[in-house]
Design a protein around this ligand. Structure first.
Ligand SMILES: O=C(O)C(=O)C[C@]1(C(=O)O)C=C[C@@H](O)C=C1
Length: 370
């Protein structure tokens, strides 16, 4: 059968990165997304159109003997990830790819150049899910992804916590004392602050940890190392000069899984809900907002404030007429499911005085750390 996707359909001048689905013929393009093909150095440009279509490659490619799908097939495949394409930022060997594999073990991963490309890949049906780092126990929040959550319309459908163990990688024959420079993702460099200071090497930020490993391997650099995973060492054939170089052995990154549609929240296991809201300026406003949770005994697990990009400066009321101050939006995670009346009432209450409120997702908590 032809795969006619609802909403925006996709077209491209080359084949999609999927090796598993070959039944789609893709054409006509307007918006461009560059996605790095897994395990390949070259990049292919994918283009997306709102008016194009995905059709059958040919009548011959249709499978004659396929049995009809059942609901069991669907629920099973979401859980183990079979047939699901998961976009992540970076190249093969990035921690985000490991997070994707933890969430959807048999999924097909789709490497993307930037975080916003991963959002677009899902919005435009190139991928089914995006997996994005949101916070790290040593480095703190990944602000870019907070901003993108608000800018895009995807829903959080899950979270994954991953223990991140960094290695210092170099080409074969290179010794630690040969290194004058180390490349990695800014978060990874921050997580290895002490080790890198001790080594007295210059730090250079690149888009992702595995990209740093790929770069030093490709250019056969003898004076430059990379902070990346054991997987990256294996994939790009690099030597591991040092293991576990993060400042604390408990280095955990929390990733979010995003989808075009929300999941139906349950009460059968621990759930978390993520919201974003804004408030009027005034004393005690944030206190009042947080009280809607505390008075219902709902535990908050994370708060993050970000400047409102469209209204960064506020003209205050009262006698400070000349002064302007910043206007913020608040991201908040709490331990409750939106299927729970208590949580619904808390949000109804918050809505009475919040100037803006959006539920980003209600999803099962990750309680298995790996
Ligand atoms: O560069 C990678 O490998 C990533 O997956 C990104 C990222 C991040 O953005 O925090 C993910 C986990 C680690 O905390 C370091 C880097």
């Amino acid at each position: 059968m032809a795969t006619k996707l609802p909403g925006a359909s996709i077209s491209s001048s080359c084949h999609p990165p999927s090796t598993k689905s070959s039944s789609c013929r893709i054409k006509v393009l307007t918006t461009r997304i560059s996605i790095q093909r897994k395990n390949q150095a070259h990049r292919r440009i994918y283009k997306i159109s709102c008016c194009s279509e995905i059709g059958p490659a040919s009548a011959n490619s249709r499978s004659q003997n396929k049995r009809p799908l059942t609901t069991t097939d669907l629920t099973g495949s979401i859980k183990d990830g079979a047939g699901i394409r998961v976009a992540y930022q970076g190249v093969s060997g990035a921690y985000s790819e490991s997070a994707a594999a933890k969430a959807y073990p048999n999924c097909e991963t789709v490497p993307c150049e930037q975080f916003d490309v991963a959002f677009l890949a899902v919005e435009n049906w190139i991928a089914d899910r995006a997996v994005l780092p949101i916070e790290n126990s040593l480095g703190g929040s990944i602000h870019r992804n907070y901003d993108l959550l608000l800018r895009h319309r995807l829903h959080i459908v899950g979270e994954v916590q991953l223990s991140v163990r960094h290695c210092l990688l170099a080409n074969h024959g290179v010794k630690i004392e040969d290194l004058t420079r180390v490349l990695s993702h800014p978060q990874a460099l921050a997580q290895c602050e002490h080790t890198l200071t001790r080594l007295r090497v210059a730090r250079e930020a690149v888009d992702d940890t595995a990209g740093a490993a790929q770069f030093i391997a490709l250019h056969k650099l003898k004076d430059t190392g990379a902070v990346a995973s054991n997987d990256a060492a294996r994939i790009y054939d690099l030597n591991v000069l040092a293991q576990d170089i993060q400042d604390d052995s408990d280095n955990i990154t929390r990733f979010l899984m995003l989808a075009r549609d929300p999941i139906i929240p349950g009460t059968d296991r621990p759930f978390k809900t993520s919201i974003v809201f804004s408030l009027d300026e005034g004393p005690g406003m944030l206190y009042k907002a947080l009280a809607v949770f505390s008075m219902r005994d709902i535990n908050l697990t994370k708060m993050e404030s970000r400047p409102q990009r469209k209204r960064p400066l506020l003209q205050p009321v009262g006698n400070n007429d000349g002064l302007k101050h910043f206007d913020y939006i608040f991201y908040c995670d709490f331990e409750a499911s939106m299927a729970d009346y208590n949580a619904q009432n808390a949000l109804k209450h918050l809505k009475e005085f919040a100037t803006f409120l959006r539920v980003l997702g209600s999803y099962p908590m990750d309680i298995n750390l790996i």
